[in-house]
Design a binder for this molecule. Sequence first.
Ligand SMILES: NC(=O)c1ccc[n+]([C@@H]2O[C@H](COP(=O)([O-])OP(=O)(O)OC[C@H]3O[C@@H](n4cnc5c(N)ncnc54)[C@H](O)[C@@H]3O)[C@@H](O)[C@H]2O)c1
Length: 250
Amino acid sequence: MRLKGRTAVITGAAQGIGLAIAKAMAAEGANLVLADINEDEAKKQAELLTNEEARSIGIYGNVASVDSIEQMFAAAEEAFGGFDILVNNAGILFSTPIREITEKEWDMVQSVNLRGVFFCMQKALPYLEKKDHPRIINISSVAGQMGSYASGMSYVASKGGILSLTYGMSRRLAEEGTGITVNAVCPGTIETPIIRQWTKEKISELESRIPVGRLGHAEDIATAVVFLAQDDTDFITGEAISVNGGMYCG
Ligand SMILES: NC(=O)c1ccc[n+]([C@@H]2O[C@H](COP(=O)([O-])OP(=O)(O)OC[C@H]3O[C@@H](n4cnc5c(N)ncnc54)[C@H](O)[C@@H]3O)[C@@H](O)[C@H]2O)c1
């Protein structure tokens, strides 16, 4: 069990990639805090994940609110005496054409996808600094690396921002001697509820751009996250791992 005795907070863990990460981490023995605006589902999934090796709790957590982030981490402290791993997974996607993007959409996307990631990292520091081999893993996107084929510019900018934050935070926190590693995982097109807003034709077009010949599964992303979460990856920091079936590389 690669994560036995470790505790992870995963944002946006009620479904999709976040839930797959939770399942993979629970199978490796980690205690989990599943945080999501969908509190009922987070609680339900946490109950299903609790096993003989480890315990999971599900809580309300809205990463767009700093108060809510603080409450989320306080809940982790109360249940497990803190946490070792933060997975910033919560995200929202709009695919609005360039000329139709509104200020409201732009601000909403940045507040969840980018501002939320920064403040989760900032507010997690006092907890992570107390732990050995602490980890921050940010879920960016192929859209943040190459501008995307289908996602809107509000999303593209937020995911590019996550990469910059990952690089900046990894360097600063290493120089400060915190031992906290900060890495990103960049999914390609993954079959989850978030892509249901695209037509079948759009999804087939995206699939045709994937050399491996299929869409990604949420479990493909979880594999990379569990790898980065292990306590023998102290020398990997400021890295962005692409998990995209070859859709974008180089
Ligand atoms: N599916 C893909 O193709 C793909 C590709 C690249 C990156 N990603 C990224 O992976 C992450 C997970 O995406 P997914 O495909 O599982 O999406 P999803 O929509 O299936 O799940 C997202 C989860 O985040 C939660 N959430 C939304 N806003 C929140 C908030 N303010 N606070 C807390 N939780 C919130 C939702 O309730 C939901 O449970 C996102 O950051 C997304 O941008 C997904």
